[in-house]
Design a protein around this ligand. Structure first.
Ligand code: WT7
Length: 569
């Protein structure tokens, strides 16, 4: 679908003249907004919460509105400071020190936010896990990070293989009782002091580990440092266009990077009210959230927009959404038809933003003051340089497809892949960070996403590594071999499709395939379970034994199979 450009949004914006700022901006300008620029002492949790709690004009402002079908809670900046100070004291009491990994495996809840900020206040590294993870996914992450402490609930604890995790010294249970090495969050908090001496750290000290999937191997720990706050703050201004008095809603779970960078840091560094919704998706409830909480800035994902779209205009019409001023999207390609729908439903443009777990912060975006070209991700934020490069690291001219790459050195860039320097280095060539996405740039500097260059699957905006799913599949007693691909899907972007061969003695049946699907779902997580499974006689492999997923995909899509010279006989 070809669509005309959509002119800039009216009103005054934090980034009025993109080109001018792009040509002159220096990250040092942004640093003046932080206290550490005078003291040299830093802690992202201080800048996010405590700074506002110390400001008489800000401390009683609502920082967090938590809303779930069964629970409503409102916390001010002063409340969040107190709760996170208390939890930091709990951590100290249990010997958590700077640099230790403390993981959170919790549903979205006020406790999550207090605990997360408390971890950062001690100088420890927080590792948030998506609530839907099952045992294998939890095990891989806790093992690799050598996490010392885990905060979870009694229900989720069943998916934690405690006996296999020697480094895990302590488990804190939200809504649970003291027993053995499990301590109760509520009991500990009751007795904890409200005064905590924050651990001042260096800008380059670690604060966050987000695990993400590649096309090979287990999930990788993407390591972020306190310095990222500079970009979280600045993109909160330029891209989210946050202004005093805004009520902001990011729909992402804090188990994923969008839910921390833009569900915690960007809004609170900018001192706005942050809305968190618990519970499952429902079109009616989502619209009701916007109207009841007077949400003005809303950051979501194409999958969610497509679901709202298919719920129909009648559902939308029941709600007053006039509080909305600015809408943004991330995670997968934003279809032009979704933008068209957004214009009708909200009388507003949906602004696409592009970035990754590894980049830590937004990089290529559409800005309210800029023309949108539907289908384009927009232009790089000031202070960064994006380009299209070939496999040798040379820049390509406009309109030529290649690797989407970013010049190294932006503030929020990952600093390491946990315990895997080789993997970390493999991202870079000639001073460029290579994203793994293919794209082109038009003559006017707009970037256009074309697809992934590797086998990583993007299903409903969530990144799934085929290797993890294949590994789980072959653990099933009936499965001999497995190859997993992303298959295009109108609502989910891609769905996971698995090709398998069966062990001797097993024959294909609906029951067996459903059992295999459930096996992956219960072992890894619901979003990683294949929606389609096809039984084959063989799985195509290279002579060195690598599964040829590209060939599986060509078969699936009825495309030419390309070069198969490496195919095993
Ligand atoms: C991959 C990164 C941090 C954002 C959430 C996902 C895809 C992301 C877009 C976009 C097309 C996009 C890319 C990227 N992606 N944003 N605006 N248009 N594709 O983070 O899980 O690390 O995934 O998501 O393929 O490489 P992630």
């Amino acid at each position: 679908m070809d669509m005309k450009p959509i002119p800039a949004q009216s009103g005054s914006h934090n980034l009025e003249d993109y080109e001018k700022v792009y040509n002159s901006f220096d990250w040092n300008e942004a640093k003046n907004n932080f206290t550490w620029n005078d003291t040299g002492k830093v802690n992202i949790a201080y800048e996010t919460i405590d700074k506002h709690a110390e400001d008489p004009n800000k401390k009683d402002q609502t920082a967090l509105i938590y809303s779930a079908p069964d629970r409503e809670e409102t916390l001010t900046f002063a409340d969040l400071k107190r709760e996170s100070d208390k939890f930091a004291n709990v951590l100290k009491k249990h010997n958590i020190e700077k640099g230790d990994r403390v993981f959170l495996f919790l549903p979205r809840s006020p406790e999550f936010y207090a605990a997360f900020l408390g971890i950062l206040k001690t100088g420890a590294i927080a590792g948030p896990l998506f609530e839907a993870f099952m045992e294998q996914a939890v095990r891989d992450r806790l093992e690799d990070s050598e996490a010392k402490m885990l905060i979870t609930t009694p229900e989720l604890l069943e998916r934690v293989p405690q006996e296999d995790l020697p480094d895990l010294k302590q488990i804190v249970l939200v809504g649970g009782e003291d027993s053995g090495n499990h301590i109760s969050f509520e009991e500990e908090m009751k007795n904890a002091s409200e005064d905590f001496d924050i651990e001042w750290v260096d800008l380059e000290d670690g604060m966050l580990l987000h695990y993400t999937s590649g096309s090979t191997g287990k999930p990788k720990g993407v390591y972020h440092v306190h310095n990222a706050m500079i970009q979280h703050y600045q993109t909160g201004k330029w891209v989210l266009d946050l202004q005093e008095g805004d009520v902001y809603w990011c729909t992402a779970d804090p188990g994923w990077v969008t839910g921390t960078s833009y569900g915690i840091f960007a809004p609170w560094l900018n001192g706005v009210t942050n809305v968190v919704r618990g519970g499952r998706f429902s079109a009616d409830d989502w619209y009701a959230m916007i109207s009841e909480k007077d949400i003005s800035v809303w950051y979501s994902a194409p999958t969610a927009f497509r679901k709202l779209m298919s719920a129909g205009a009648d559902v939308a019409k029941k709600h007053d959404m006039s509080s909305l001023r600015h809408i943004l999207s991330v995670g997968e390609p934003l279809n032009p038809e979704v933008i068209t729908w957004g214009l009708k439903a909200f009388d507003l443009r949906i602004h696409d933003t592009w970035w990754m777990t590894e980049t830590g912060s937004q990089l290529i975006c559409n800005y309210p003051s800029m023309e949108i070209r539907p289908g384009s991700m927009g232009k790089p934020i000031p202070g960064t340089e994006a380009s299209i490069i070939d496999n040798e690291g040379n820049e390509l001219p406009p309109n030529q497809m290649g690797n989407l790459a970013i010049k190294e050195g932006w503030p929020a860039q990952m600093r390491a892949i946990w315990k895997n320097p080789g993997k970390f280095e493999s991202y870079f060539i000639n001073g460029w960070y290579v994203s793994g996405d293919s794209a082109y740039r038009d003559e006017d500097g707009y970037f256009w996403f074309q697809g992934r260059l590797d086998d990583v699957i993007n299903t409903s905006g969530e990144r799934v590594g085929p290797f993890e799913v294949e590994s789980k599949l072959i653990e099933h007693e009936a499965v001999a071999e497995a190859g997993v691909i992303g298959k295009p899907d109108p609502e989910r972007g891609e769905i996971i499709k698995a090709f398998i061969t069966l062990n001797e003695g097993y024959s294909e049946s609906e029951d067996l395939l459903e059992d295999i699907r459930q096996f992956v779902k219960k072992g890894l997580s619901a979003h990683a379970a294949p929606r389609e499974i096809e039984v084959k006689d063989t799985i195509p492999k290279t002579r060195s034994g690598k599964i040829m997923r590209r060939l599986l995909k060509s078969w699936e899509l009825g495309l030419p199979t390309g070069d198969t010279s490496t195919l095993e006989e």
